[in-house]
Write a protein that binds this ligand. Structure first.
Ligand SMILES: Cc1ncc(COP(=O)(O)O)c(C=O)c1O
Length: 355
């Protein structure tokens, strides 16, 4: 097997041994709390990785966009939730096409969403699942009350090709926060709200099979709440500098390999810029070089401050990104390795695609 040395930089690398360890940890955690595990595809956007996860026992996937859903269905994924509202008749028709090939659900939070799905389903041999999204505190999308949920459930019921599957209760506002008692109580309060809404629907005869939520940060609080039936994290597989601080029990498996272009006066320049690594949440870190600190990213360069003897031109460095999902979105391919031995180069089919 080839080493990574001959690869041209900058290039993202995934350490499969570490990814396996993260996956095993999350699978065991979900089993311990008796909830399902739905892995978020938007964190890696790579069909080969989704197929690899399938071989490791993952059957359910979440995605953020229609493009991602199309790529996953093409890859043979059968159990899929699009965690967003799909708006526009053309997009709704793309969704309906996918519903002919896979067990696909989407989110709604107002009657217009359901009405458009019904319009797109006219004369089509397709079925779609529907999740009602609840605002559990993120203040982005989502309904607030049991009455709103009931109105949507009644509308969904009118179209036999739509089926109310569950409630979407993602707590994105809590993902970047430290695990404090305050965060725990905010997280539980959001899920209590989901429980009230689920019970309201139940009293009116609507069975809610699934209540789905959580990210990498809050997975365990969410999994331990009685209303939760499945968790939907994604970043735990690859990890980044922010999650490494918040959830150090998961290992960073994604790095971006760069090459030193030159050095002077206590700083060196790496060929990894903001077009090759994300600094969304925090600046990237240099792996295994504690005396080297990223100062600044330009588009094609990273400036790193160092102590001690200057590194050689051409030396390699590995950076931990400031946000793994955004980093995968910057590249078209990723090198996959075990213990530094290259296993494959995988395309990142959904990177740079929106909508
Ligand atoms: C709807 C939804 N669910 C789950 C997640 C996964 O979160 P994480 O990347 O923290 O694992 C995200 C992330 O943005 C999300 O938007």
């Amino acid at each position: 097997m080839a080493s990574l040395d001959h690869l041209e930089t900058p290039i993202p690398l995934i350490n499969l041994d570490r990814l396996d360890a993260n996956l095993g940890r999350m699978i065991r955690g979900a089993q311990r709390h008796q909830v399902g595990l739905r892995v978020h595809f938007k964190s890696f956007k790579c069909a080969s990785l989704a197929k690899y996860l399938q071989t490791q026992g993952i059957r359910s996937f979440l995605c953020a966009t229609l493009n991602e859903a199309e790529i996953l269905v093409d890859a043979g994924i059968q159990d899929l939730l699009l965690a967003n509202q799909v708006v526009g008749l053309n997009k709704a028709k793309r969704l309906v096409d996918l519903g002919k090939q896979a067990d696909l659900s989407t989110c709604v939070d107002c009657p217009a969403h359901v009405e458009e799905l019904i319009q797109a389903l006219a004369n089509q041999e397709s079925r779609l699942g529907v999740f009602i999204e609840i605002n559990v505190g993120m203040d982005r999308c989502g309904i607030e009350t049991g009455e709103e949920a009931l109105a949507l459930a009644r509308l969904i019921e009118k179209e036999p090709r739509l089926r109310l599957r569950g409630l979407q209760a993602y707590d994105g506002h809590l993902q970047g926060r430290e695990e404090t008692p305050e965060r725990e109580s905010l997280c539980r309060a959001g899920l209590d709200k989901a429980q009230v809404i689920r019970d309201h629907l139940g009293r009116e005869g609507f069975v809610v099979e699934v209540v789905s939520g959580a990210g990498t940060s809050t997975w365990e609080t969410v999994a331990s709440h009685p209303v939760t039936t499945e968790i939907q994290p994604g970043s735990f597989l690859l990890m980044d500098a922010q999650y490494n601080r918040l959830r150090p029990e998961f290992q960073v498996s994604l790095t971006v390999m760069g090459t030193i272009l030159g050095s002077r006066a206590g700083r060196y320049i790496l060929d990894v810029g903001s077009k090759a690594i994300s600094q969304d949440f925090t600046k990237p870190f240099v792996v295994d070089h504690p005396h080297e600190e990223v100062v600044k990213l330009n588009e094609e360069h990273t400036i790193v401050r160092f102590e001690g003897p200057p590194p050689r031109v051409g030396e390699r460095r590995y950076l931990i990104s400031g946000h793994c999902c955004a980093t995968m979105n910057l590249h078209r391919r990723v090198a996959v390795h075990r213990s530094g031995k290259l296993e494959a180069i995988w395309p990142i089919e959904a990177s740079g695609l929106y909508g």
